[in-house]
Ligand binder design. Structure first.
Ligand code: ATP
Ligand code: MG
Length: 307
């Protein structure tokens, strides 16, 4: 039977309460995560067990900075296994803050979640520390890359593997990064600060991949890059999903490329998710066309051309 195929469309609302925990957090913070969460099907579908393929659930998240600035006011996002999900929105919409709430970084910026929740593989992440979140399988490529500019490419990559004890796995990941970004192979001993913008972005993604994540969070990876380099980065993001099966939450300003490589997309405005849908459908949505793709309805429907 196909994984999850028989679950009804609205299963999430109806049966979320029945999802059983698939993870055990040991007192030492070593974490065992089952490869998939299992849910018992409703009686009407028999007693078979179905795999739930959704990995990340952000549910009606509301958050404050300094107990005063309401940055998020109801953000809901779901990322399935092996999915690329885009997160678009204007400056200040709350995209980075959403990622900070997922990684736990928000608490270090005098921020707090006051309503809603973040679940990863059915574990509530609310108060987890960033290193615990990384251990669970979530890795972030931050907006400003945050590379160690006085360290070499190799040292930066090794910093990304600090949560992994299996040295064989570290070697495999190290090799995989150079498979994705062969150009970094020529610069193993170069200081990160001496790399070009595009190479630094590759290194930042490579460092995040070193922890062997199940879910990769990317905060505007194409910002400041020449179109050709940005396009290469988007190709690699798609390749990471295709080859590693890694789920990806992609925050971007480049709506054209994001809608092209993602399976579904969310649009955030003023701290709220205001639109969600399959990327192929959103490409034809009039609001998305007008505001995010810069295509005027008039031009698109050929009215101006007929004049
Ligand atoms: N550390 C902070 N302290 C206080 N307010 C903050 C902080 N970081 C962000 N904000 C505020 O939270 C809101 C959302 O900001 P956020 O950085 O999440 O937006 P964004 O969608 O990522 O924007 P951009 O596209 O410019 O990166 C903004 O009003 C911003 O001013
Ligand atoms: Mg941002």
């Amino acid at each position: 039977m196909e994984t999850g195929s028989l679950l009804p469309k609205n299963w999430r609302t109806n049966f979320c309460g029945r999802v059983k925990s698939a993870a055990t957090v040991l007192p030492t913070f070593r974490v065992q995560v089952c490869p998939s969460t299992v849910v018992r099907a409703p009686k009407c579908l028999g007693s078979t067990f179905y795999r739930v393929t959704d990995m990340l659930h952000v549910q009606d998240l509301k958050c404050l900075y300094s107990n005063a600035i309401r940055a998020l006011d109801g953000v809901s996002i779901t990322v399935g296994k092996g999915e690329i999900v885009g997160l678009l929105g204007p400056n200040g919409a709350g995209k980075t803050t959403t990622l900070r709430c997922i990684t736990g970084e928000i608490a270090f910026l005098n921020g707090r979640i006051f309503e809603g929740e973040v679940r990863f593989n059915d574990m509530k992440l609310g108060t987890a520390f960033p290193f615990e979140v990384t251990q669970l399988g979530i890795s972030l490529v931050p907006e400003d890359r945050k590379l160690f500019i006085d360290m070499t490419v190799e040292e930066n990559l090794m910093m990304g593997s600090y949560t992994i004890r299996d040295r064989k796995l570290v070697r495999q990941r190290y090799q995989k990064v150079f498979d994705y970004f062969p150009i970094l192979g020529n610069f193993r001993d170069r200081l990160a600060g001496y790399l070009s913008g595009g190479e630094q972005q590759m290194l930042a993604i490579g460092r995040a991949l070193m922890s062997n994540p199940q879910l990769l969070l990317l905060d505007e990876p194409s910002t400041g890059l020449a179109p050709l380099v940005a396009s290469a980065i988007f190709d690699i993001i798609a390749k990471i999903r295709d080859e590693d099966g890694t789920s990806i939450l992609l925050v971007e300003q480049n709506a054209v490329m994001t809608l092209k490589i993602s399976d579904s997309c969310y649009i955030l405005e003023n701290g709220r998710s205001v639109l969600h849908g399959k990327s192929a459908e959103l490409r034809n949505n009039s609001k998305v066309k007008n505001i995010y793709l810069g295509i005027s309805e008039d031009i698109d429907s050929g009215l101006l051309g007929q004049g």
